[in-house]
Design a binder for this molecule. Structure first.
Ligand code: SF4
Length: 288
């Protein structure tokens, strides 16, 4: 099997068979992201993808129960080819869960019928990075879509039958827009009601384009107390019953997990307790 460059995958795909169906990210412009900056985007030839799955089948047979289609956005693959790839995978690994990243723009480029056909063919969950629900933050980070477009993409995925795992990033608005970032992100989640919501905290690589704004002082990073304030605003505003909520990534100052809306009060109480006791995860223990 061939891998081109560094492979990124969601934490929950740590034990998955990972096959690159695309290399890099078609958008590749978000200013906080360095994941695929060294890769020129392309869709791998279908024959190569099928050969990788055939090889995995010969090697692992029934041992595979999860498959992740890397890299950045498998939904850029033309629908006809995607359906052929999924049929090939399902024939060899009928019980495996198949997932991928999906950028909002690529979701919007498919028709509802195409999305349903892909979901019916076995791609069961999409990880979509929303990052923020605030249009100004989305503009500043060059996300390439508006909050309304992200909402539409999330709703289309759910209507098509996908499970949806959405990601937001605390601190992306800096100190200046932390309130708007929190409230608008809560509104975005309320409109989409994803199955899963991951809330990371901004951590930066020196090579990230956003570092320029930080060095110039136009983007001021949040301190742990600000991150808590932002999260409290978010939790007070959000209404997304049944969404599994996780902010327990290594980047988070306060690990949180629960289910919305049932656990909102206990999550808020925990945040206030940690803030009072200054019990944040030390900076040296935070990692990506
Ligand atoms: S955050 Fe996602 S969409 Fe943006 S450049 Fe990185 S991989 Fe591409």
């Amino acid at each position: 099997m061939r891998y081109d460059g560094m492979i990124y995958r969601p934490p929950s795909e740590a034990r998955s068979l990972i096959v690159q169906v695309t290399v890099g990210c078609a958008h590749n412009a978000c200013t906080f992201c360095t994941m695929y900056k060294d890769k020129k985007f392309y869709i791998r030839p279908k024959e190569e993808i099928l050969a990788d799955f055939e090889e995995a089948y010969e090697r692992y047979k029934g041992a595979i129960d999860r498959i992740f289609l890397a890299d950045g956005d498998a939904l850029t693959i033309p629908t006809e080819d995607m359906l052929e790839i999924l049929a090939f995978i399902k024939e060899r690994f009928p019980h495996a869960r198949i997932t991928s990243y999906g950028a909002p723009k690529d979701v919007l480029n498919k028709t509802p019928q195409e999305l349903k056909a892909i979901a019916d063919a076995g791609l069961s969950m999409i990880y979509m990075g929303a990052e923020s629900g605030d249009d100004e933050v989305l503009r500043r980070i060059c996300k390439g879509v508006t909050a309304n477009e992200i909402v539409r993409a999330g709703q289309l995925l759910k209507e098509a039958g996908f499970q949806l795992s959405l990601t937001l990033i605390s601190g992306l608005g800096g100190r200046e827009r932390r309130k708007e970032h929190a409230i608008c992100s809560a509104k975005l989640v309320t409109k989409i009601k994803p199955d899963y919501l991951g809330f990371l905290t901004l951590m930066l690589d020196d090579a990230a384009p956003i570092m320029k704004s930080i060095r110039e002082g136009t983007l001021k990073l949040l301190k742990p107390d600000d991150v808590v304030e932002e999260m409290l605003l978010f939790l007070n505003e959000v209404d997304s019953d049944g969404t599994v909520f996780r902010a327990n990534h290594a980047s988070n100052y306060v690990p949180l997990k629960g289910t919305l809306n049932a656990d909102k009060k206990s999550l808020i109480d925990l945040l206030k307790k940690v803030r009072k006791e200054n019990g944040y995860r030390p900076e040296s223990f935070r990692a990506l």
